[in-house]
Write a protein that binds this ligand. Structure first.
Ligand SMILES: *Cc1c(COP(=O)(O)O)cnc(C)c1O
Length: 429
């Protein structure tokens, strides 16, 4: 007899921590058991128990064209047939690097890696090497991957020194990372007044996406650019989520900010493990083999990943793609707010390109504390009610939903019809 989806989930939990290879997949934030996915096409996934769901997780961001887009699948398949990995240079790496350098003002030179975590870890190493300084500044609620220097949260009270946000991160390392509230330029200036000569870099999500979507307030990014330049520190934009997601290139194009270093992943791999970090030529020439900063990768620039990323970006084609994408996200956001209002539920939505968040609150949050004060009980009810209606929303109030070009008006309509019923459940409390 065939193994049932339930049996697979039980087997998963016996051999994989929590049954998942990345924690948010476990539904820990919303309760209940996750489903296993069998396949995906366009805006839909099909589960192992045979349900077809509209998907707003979209692999957490990479799938700008939807699941299994023919151009991406064909390019990856063709590359795979020619050999899965060489550990020697290929044409596809040059083509993707040229495309990225053409699209991002912040890229003169770019190095491919395999995950967003690796990209931010490496960018910080370059920043520390370039400045000869060791402290970094990050923002509460921004996520930059799971390496030790950035798995840090704010300490208690007024202290700006971070404390480990995970067991196993040494406190002495955490002390090198200072944490301030998102959108709070005054707090950044204060940290620089106190520690300026020791600060190597400020790292920021230019549109925050890992506490739900939180937009930068006017002047915030410009202020970071100015403060870092004045202090001889580097500005690192973590565009792992926003790169080619909120604009062609990324948020640096949308907001006109020129960083010293930029990190990319997600969209640039088309669904395969591809990431990159890059920046000004003289900074990136510090990286081996040219310079003293060591960074390497057996599978970096993998030909199948390069082919998938190139095919996705070539299909996207340029800036014109993003108007209709954002229109779809806005239509969904507006529709959700209107439906919530009809049911007397307080809801605000935030959209940037193909990023969309719902917050159960009257107004859109501007920082992590405000996100934390939204109604997560209402979110859990909303999530499960939508899932019952065939819509897979990200299983956490701290995650962003992703709209792809496959989320056409019919998909948006279907989602809004489901949401109308879901808000009845939310309103019932
Ligand atoms: C997803 C994400 C990362 C981590 O990328 P991984 O590929 O999961 O290691 C880093 N920064 C941001 C802004 C992200 O959204």
């Amino acid at each position: 007899m065939a193994t049932s989806a339930q049996e697979w989930w039980e087997r998963a939990q016996r051999v994989i921590p929590g049954g998942v290879n990345s924690p948010v997949r476990s539904f820990k934030n919303v309760g209940g058991a996750p489903f296993l996915v069998r396949s995906g096409r366009g805006a839909y996934v099909t589960t192992e128990d045979g349900r077809t769901l509209v998907d707003y997780v979209m692999s957490w961001g990479p799938l700008l064209l939807g699941h299994a887009h023919p151009a991406v699948v064909e390019a990856a398949s063709k590359a795979a047939a020619d050999g899965l990995s060489f550990g020697a240079p290929t044409v596809a790496e040059v083509e993707l690097a040229e495309m990225l350098c053409g699209a991002l003002p912040g890229f003169d030179v770019v190095r491919m890696v395999n995950s967003g975590t690796e990209a931010t870890m490496s960018a910080l190493r370059v920043a520390r090497a370039a400045t000869g300084r060791s402290k970094v500044v990050k923002f509460t609620g921004c996520y930059h991957g799971h390496h030790d220097s950035l798995l840090i949260r704010a300490g208690s009270g007024a202290a700006t020194f971070g404390v480990p946000d995970s067991a196993g991160v040494p406190e002495r390392l955490a002390e090198l990372t200072m944490t301030v509230p998102y959108n709070d330029l005054g707090a950044v200036r204060q940290v620089f007044r106190e520690w300026g000569p020791e600060i190597a870099a400020v790292i920021v999500e230019p549109v925050a996406g890992n506490m739900g979507t939180v937009l930068p307030v006017p002047g915030f990014l410009e202020g970071l650019r100015q403060v870092t330049a004045e202090a001889g520190a580097l500005l690192v934009l973590d565009e792992v989520m926003t790169g080619f997601r909120v604009a062609w290139g990324g948020a640096q194009v949308r907001y006109g900010i020129r960083p010293d270093l930029t990190c990319l992943a997600k969209v640039i791999g088309g669904g395969l493990p591809v990431a990159a970090y890059g920046g000004r030529r003289e900074l990136m020439e510090l990286v081996a083999p040219l310079g003293p900063v060591y960074q390497a990768g057996t599978l970096s620039g993998n030909p199948v990943g390069m082919a998938a990323g190139l095919a996705q970006l070539r299909t996207v084609g340029g800036p014109a793609f993003y108007g209709p994408l954002e229109d779809a996200a806005q239509a969904l956001g507006r529709g959700l707010e209107e439906a919530a209002r009809r049911h007397g539920v307080a809801l605000s939505t935030v959209v940037a390109g193909g990023m969309l968040s719902v917050f159960f609150a009257e107004a859109a949050p501007v920082n992590f504390d405000e996100v934390a004060r939204t109604d997560d009980r209402a979110f859990r009810r909303f999530f499960h009610a939508l899932l019952d209606e065939g819509i897979f929303w990200p299983p956490s109030p701290y995650e962003t939903a992703f709209v792809s070009s496959a989320h056409d008006p019919a998909v948006v309509e279907k989602t809004l019809a489901a949401a109308e019923r879901a808000f009845t459940v939310v309103a019932a409390g």
